[in-house]
Design a protein around this ligand. Sequence first.
Ligand SMILES: Cc1cc2nc3c(=O)[nH]c(=O)nc-3n(C[C@H](O)[C@H](O)[C@H](O)COP(=O)(O)O)c2cc1C
Length: 313
Amino acid sequence: MNYYTAPMEGLTDRIWRQAHQRWFGAPGAPARYYAPFISPPENRVLIKKKMAELDPAANPGAPVIPQLLAKDGALAAWMIGELRKMGYTEVNLNFGCPSGTVTAKGKGAGMLRDLSKLEVFLDEVFSQAEGPISVKTRLGVTSPEEFEAILDLYDRCPICELTIHPRVMRQLYRGEADRAAFAKYLPHCQMPVCYNGDITTPAQLKALEAEFPNLSGIMVGRGIIADPALLRQAVGGAPASKEELRGYLDELYHGYTEAFGMASCAVSRMKAHWHYLIQRFEGSEVFEKQLRKAREGWEYEVVVNQLFTLPLL
Ligand SMILES: Cc1cc2nc3c(=O)[nH]c(=O)nc-3n(C[C@H](O)[C@H](O)[C@H](O)COP(=O)(O)O)c2cc1C
């Protein structure tokens, strides 16, 4: 089974991808790291700062798969060509982002609202772009039943791998991933299928593998931020030690401080990681407010030192 890490804006950036590989790489390392979405610029002039995230020199190690958030097929095909020039092979299309600012523009999961537009988009991309293209999708906008018609469109395209996050757009991240709907549609998928959603423990990962042995991959998102050794444990390895977590988090913090040029920006990025990770520290509730209030580097460092006096769960 291939394990992948999910694209997560504000979390799985190049600094995280490098730190994760250094501290929690093989065995059980992710086969691929999916990068958070980028939008192709309408004027077709690449934005240096955004592209720096995907600079191959800054992304050594396991393959990184860039992801596009777009609604104009010709523009997406052009951007895929630009990514190929940088050396990327697979490019992923995002039909899953449920954020209101994205879906209001008809992008992300908003693409699932109008299937005639989705069809035109897919036709343009697959006729104008070369090389492997994968898709990450939700089941629909309001109801999982919508997926029957959506899958019908996907099945007509040479999608190299379809990652299904079995929630609908309206759900955002509420409720549970709909495993029953996933199981219902899986036999109708003509392409390799990757499952994504709500995997937070090695036992859940193994149970999913046993339930769906024919999957091409399993993608984990919030679970690997909460427990960066999740995949290592899934292949029989050790849980993350305190020393590893400290090294990993310090590397992230210093990496962000250097990249943003300001500790306060790094603090804000680190809080996003701690949002998921803090539950691993027994009795961490007493420090949650203090961490939330930290603005300056020194304030953050004081709380983190305190958190590391706690036992791991
Ligand atoms: C903060 C955050 C940012 C995300 N950014 C992206 C993104 O850039 N592209 C994408 O396809 N999905 C994005 N997602 C969705 C995740 O890739 C994944 O589908 C979702 O978290 C469910 O998987 P999980 O339960 O393993 O976390 C994001 C999710 C979160 C929580």
